[in-house]
Design a protein around this ligand. Sequence first.
Ligand SMILES: O=C(O)C(=O)C[C@]1(C(=O)O)C=C[C@@H](O)C=C1
Length: 294
Amino acid sequence: MKKVALLGPGTYTEESALHYLGREAFEFVNYKLIPDVFGATQQGQTDYSVIPIENTFEGSVSLHVDTLVHEVDLPIQAEWVYPISINLLRLYDGGEDGDDLERACSRIRKVYSHGVTMAQCQQFLRRYLPHVELEPVGSNGEAARLVREGEDASVAALAPLGAGELYRLQTLAAGVQDHQNNFTRFVLVGPEKPELRRGSRMKTTILVTLPEDYPGALHQVLSAFAWRRINLSKIESRPTKKKLGSYFFYIDIEESLDTVLLPAAFQEIEAIGCQVRIMGCYPVFAYDKEVKEG
Ligand SMILES: O=C(O)C(=O)C[C@]1(C(=O)O)C=C[C@@H](O)C=C1
């Protein structure tokens, strides 16, 4: 069994990994903080790590992207997107509030959650819980655990339903995220290719550093892909951290490295003095409801 480090238990990361990897071939090892999730595989205690990398509304999780680029040497081996449905959970209060959400919320004074999750529920928080103290914690599973541990019915968590089951919490309101199409993109990173079912397509991620003295270099990079009709699905600039104003480009390419086209495009880019670092060539699992129900 391959060991997979992730933020957990009771997190969206865990829920998504169970959904796509299953428990048959993988054993999940829980960590409380993302640096420890990265560190476990980097130091060889686990074979893979699962990292949330991008959210539909919050955009890239820059800290995680930067760690992947600067601090660890772990190729991307798979990617998946997973819907994030957020719930307001608290200890069972004996049914005092009946079905009245407003009344129940008026009794809450503190809410724990991951910062990204709070950001995804701004409208709900403003409407029902404007008076509460919001306390960001390392993961949503940890938020639910703190509610259970505190034994205080005036404390709640924004977390997945699975966390509510794990810590025996009552769901006060389900699906409270501001947008219904709220998805997070996760990557599986690790030194070796895992045995996985076929993804819906293959993708390659590269980092390109431009030469300083070559005007129009970015245009040339993009045209090397454009005239070969290679589709790019993301391009983002991130600081190289070497000097102010120096950036590299993180590029997702909708193509496998095995094709003739990609290596030729890389050669063309390198010929003008760009550096190309391959972050991974991997299968993508698109969210498909059938898998979930099946
Ligand atoms: O705390 C969790 O439940 C996580 O899985 C982490 C995380 C993240 O770091 O982005 C993952 C997805 C959600 O959008 C919010 C939080």
